[in-house]
Design a protein around this ligand. Structure first.
Ligand code: ASP
Length: 301
């Protein structure tokens, strides 16, 4: 099992931390990942400086990452075993505990915005497949051209997985954001294509409240990335925010240690505490990240 890389940042009044997916990003793409994360965290933080909520900021940061084809979300998402997009996304508001999530969504440019609409409407928390598509269309979202959203890299990865007979593996490039606003509210958002060559109908951790995404003003906010099946079984995002609630600055590191020790699984998590302390940990080779707050700006992979 690889060693854990972790960071704990100074407390900020307002802050956005994003991840661009745990995995093994090739050397040649690492700069693009770090740059994309920084653009997203800046966009999220701008929402906060203009008086937007943590929820608005997390959604905006993830929208920017979905539009960037370097990442496995929205444009550039990985393909399932049938060669199609099946997108998962969730958003959660720590103030109200309201959440919205879509799973196995066909080609729409910004699944995070559909998840946000579901949160705002306030009915079901999670819609999948045709139901998610119907909801999106009813609320004015337009189906995208799937071929235009699929990148050459996504096609190559599927072909490679089929050729090697490899079972579904996580591709890296899932995206997520956590934010804390000056009113002390926290929020989380996550979006992904899931795993390359995943079974048709497979739903990962990202759209599941408590597994890949969680936010509660009494605890903090979390967005995960990595082996989704393990994250679901460990309720990983909630595991992390409960650590924050106990006052553990190292909650991210302890959570990823648990992932490795208990299930020998790989991944990463980003957190923000209710006080505004951002942190992350990963046990994978790479995980793009960027953090932007009132006196903090940093990105890396
Ligand atoms: N957690 C995602 C999933 O299993 C994959 C990833 O983070 O790369 O769907």
């Amino acid at each position: 099992m690889r060693s854990i890389v972790s960071r704990v940042f100074p407390v900020q009044r307002h802050v956005v931390l994003v991840h661009g997916g745990a995995g093994l990003v090739p050397e040649a793409s690492r700069e693009a990942h770090a740059r994309g994360c920084l653009a997203a965290a800046r966009a999220g933080n701008l929402v906060l400086t203009r008086g937007g909520s943590a929820l608005d900021a997390a959604c905006e940061a993830v929208r920017v990452l979905e539009d960037d084809p370097s990442f496995n979300a929205g444009h550039g998402a990985c393909l399932d075993e049938t060669g199609h997009l099946a997108l998962d996304a969730a958003v959660m508001d720590g103030a109200s505990l309201a959440a919205g999530a879509v799973a196995c969504l066909p080609a729409f440019a910004n699944p995070v915005q559909i998840a946000r609409k579901l949160l705002d409407v306030g009915g079901p928390v999670l819609l999948a497949g045709e139901g998610a598509e119907l909801f999106a269309k009813t609320h004015g979202f337009v189906r995208a051209d799937e071929a235009a959203m699929i990148t050459t890299v996504a096609r190559e990865r599927l072909a490679e997985a089929k050729a090697t007979g490899e079972s579904a593996g996580f591709a890296g490039g899932t995206v997520g954001a956590v934010a804390r606003d000056t009113s002390g509210h926290v929020a989380a958002a996550t979006s992904t294509g899931g795993k390359t060559n995943k079974a048709k109908g497979r739903i990962g951790d990202s759209p599941l409240v408590g597994a890949g995404t969680y936010a509660d003003d009494d605890e903090g906010a979390a967005s995960g990335t990595g082996d989704g099946e393990a994250f679901i079984r460990l309720m990983l995002a909630r595991h992390a925010t409960l650590g924050l609630a106990r006052g553990e600055d190292e909650a991210a590191k302890l959570t990823i240690a648990h992932l490795g020790d208990r299930l020998r699984a790989l991944g990463g998590v980003i957190l923000v505490s209710k006080e505004g302390r951002a942190s992350f940990a990963r046990n994978t080779v790479t995980m793009g990240y960027a953090v932007v707050g009132d006196s903090l700006e940093e990105s890396g992979i």
